[in-house]
Design a protein around this ligand. Structure first.
Ligand SMILES: Nc1ncnc2c1ncn2[C@@H]1O[C@H](COP(=O)(O)OP(=O)(O)OP(=O)(O)O)[C@@H](O)[C@H]1O
Length: 576
């Protein structure tokens, strides 16, 4: 999906390097006149005569036949492709990661931030309600002060401003690390500060109060309608996300903030009717913050270009998706139209492909890049197991292997009774496939094996899909009666597994979904890229939780890639 097309090409030579390469070539071609052999032959040399490494020949088992030799050649060729896949993520120098780590320790609580007091209390009272000992996460420690322009400890938040007077930020941090709050808190803070300083809004409020008072007078005969609010159809903060599910999720965080700090939030997605969208965009009460998809916003802006005229904070979440080939034309068309008024442009992602990296370097050279030390690494608390489907008892029947893996998770959980006697916790499991068409087939197979599975794609019944997603995003444990044993009841024809719920999806459908309840992820297909590995396994082990991935490999799959990913995960290294 996001392979860098430059990885295999030699870097472009500039004049200097060409010169130096030329001189080296001529030097190389000059053979030493005399080569002295013997014990002192290597002395007084002006350049190192290092013998070129001849590739070590692999051990040949005489029993291998010709066909095996051919296959080995094929594997070697594909290995180069594996390296390309690995290289499609941009690397962040380790030196920079260490510096970041040091500066992260200086912000210890949300209390230290220059946020409005109501916003600070909204963090514990609304957004992270129920959590004890709330501390900012690494990305929040780095990003919030920078976006607020606040100095923390010895660290001055470096804020470069582009020629237009705009600040541009890239927030790159691992999956499930709290990026949403990292960009929403400063944006809402700025929104409320701008509102307090906005003369047009205060004049409107005074006129509104006057008219309300007049309308309460007996015998009032003046107008009963109000002038539209200055912010009607002119939002100040816009958050762009790729899917309707993410509109709901990010919108829920924004709404919970707006309960404590009054501002008007609207969520626009394909799931919302055109009439509702129209009514809330043009509400006479105004609109402050919208969360939507680029396509919807672009179509609204096509009919009313002024919608993009007052945006001060433009946030592009899941930026690697929104700047990939399918979304990029529409995302950039919004940027082109909105940027003149934008004061902060914030791009946010858990993976930065090289293609996006060079696009940002070219288009936004002043962008401040905020990256956490663990970027592109899958947390060590997530373990990856491998099932070889080519072996007995599966004989390349992936469906069977997948159902078996889910059954063993369910059975294992059934052995551990929950804290309430007679109840067991329902395990929520995500199965990832590479092709959207496969989701339905796999889900149907799992259902036929007594598993409560649903495919996450456009055609799934909306109600069923949202019920299932809701149960996956809630951190509350879900319980099943222990009597609902996985074994068939007497007289029951088929076994069913009541203590698991399964979503079968492609990672595009579930990108960014905050599946807090998920501890198990099954990679039905080996992902095409390390980026997919990160996002799929990132649905488990969120916010410090433990997780377990299982990858099903058959004889056509790249086992070497799986081994490399496992090793990097074990070492806690970035998958670059
Ligand atoms: N400081 C915090 N302490 C504890 N939990 C937090 C904190 N900040 C955010 N969270 C919770 O962490 C979870 C993950 O946050 P969020 O969805 O913002 O992650 P993300 O970095 O955007 O992940 P992804 O890259 O997968 O989209 C959410 O449930 C959120 O409520």
């Amino acid at each position: 999906m996001v392979l860098s097309d430059r990885v295999a090409r030699a870097p472009k030579r500039d004049t200097d390097s060409r010169d130096s390469r030329d001189s080296r070539d001529s030097r190389d071609s000059k053979q030493p006149r005399r080569r002295s052999e013997g014990p002192f032959g290597g002395m007084n040399q002006t350049f190192a005569r290092i013998r070129e490494d001849t590739p070590r020949q692999p051990f040949r088992n005489p029993r291998h036949n010709d066909r095996d030799q051919k296959d080995r050649g094929k594997t070697d060729g594909r290995r180069i492709k594996a390296m390309k896949m690995q290289s499609s993520l941009a690397s962040i120098p380790y030196g920079q990661r260490t510096r970041t780590k040091a500066s992260m320790t200086e912000l210890e609580s949300f209390g230290q931030l220059d946020l409005l007091p109501t916003l600070k209390s909204a963090i514990s009272d609304e957004v992270l309600k129920g959590l004890v000992d709330i501390k900012p996460t690494p990305v929040q420690r780095l990003a919030i002060p920078a976006l607020l322009g606040q100095e923390i400890g010895r660290r001055r938040s470096r804020v470069d401003i582009s020629k237009s007077g705009r600040q541009e930020f890239l927030l790159a941090a691992e999956t499930g690390s709290g990026k949403t709050l990292a960009y929403l808190l400063p944006a809402v803070n700025a929104l409320k500060e701008a509102e307090a300083a906005d003369v047009e809004i205060s004049t409107y409020r005074e006129a509104f109060e006057r008219q309300m008072a007049a309308m309460r007078e007996p015998g009032y005969e003046g107008p009963r309608e109000f002038e539209p609010h200055p912010t009607t159809a002119r939002p100040r903060v816009v958050v762009l996300v790729p899917t309707a599910e993410l509109v709901g999720q990010v919108g829920a965080v924004a709404k919970s903030l707006s309960h404590a700090v009054k501002f008007k939030t609207s969520l626009f997605s394909a799931n919302v009717s055109a009439k509702v969208i129209q009514n809330s965009m043009y509400s006479p009460r105004g609109i402050d913050l919208i969360v939507t998809t680029p396509h919807l916003l672009a179509s609204m802006a096509d009919s009313d270009p002024n919608i993009l005229s007052r945006i001060s904070h433009l946030i592009v979440d899941e930026a690697d998706s929104l700047f990939d080939r399918s979304f990029s034309p529409v995302t950039t068309s919004i940027l082109d139209r909105a940027l003149p008024s934008v004061q902060q442009l914030i791009l946010c992602s858990a993976t930065i492909p090289k293609r996006l990296d060079s696009y940002l370097a070219r288009e936004f050279p002043n962008m401040i890049r905020i990256t956490t030390p663990n970027l592109h690494a899958i947390p060590r608390r997530v373990q990856l197991g491998v099932i070889d489907v080519s072996k007995d008892p599966y004989r390349n029947n992936k469906n069977l292997a997948c159902a078996d893996a889910i059954w063993s998770i369910g059975k294992d959980a059934a052995r551990h009774e929950g804290s309430v006697p007679g109840e067991i916790e329902i395990k929520r499991i995500m199965v990832f496939v590479n092709e959207r068409e496969k989701t339905q087939e796999v889900a149907e197979y799992l259902v036929s094996k007594g598993i409560d599975a649903v495919a996450l794609h456009r055609d799934t019944e909306e109600q069923r899909q949202s019920e299932m997603l809701e149960s996956f995003t809630s951190s509350e444990p879900m319980m099943a009666k222990l009597s609902d044993s996985p074994e068939p009841a007497i007289g029951q024809s088929r076994r069913s597994l009541p203590n698991t719920k399964v979503i079968v999806a492609t990672d595009l459908a579930s990108r960014g979904i905050d599946t807090l309840a998920v501890r198990h992820v099954i990679l039905y297909d080996v992902p095409h890229t390390t980026i997919d590995f990160i996002h799929r396994l990132g649905r488990a082990g969120r916010m410090g939780r433990r997780g377990r991935g299982v990858v099903l490999v058959d004889r056509n799959d790249r086992r070497d890639i799986v081994a490399e990913v496992r090793e990097s995960m074990y070492m806690g290294q970035a998958l670059i």
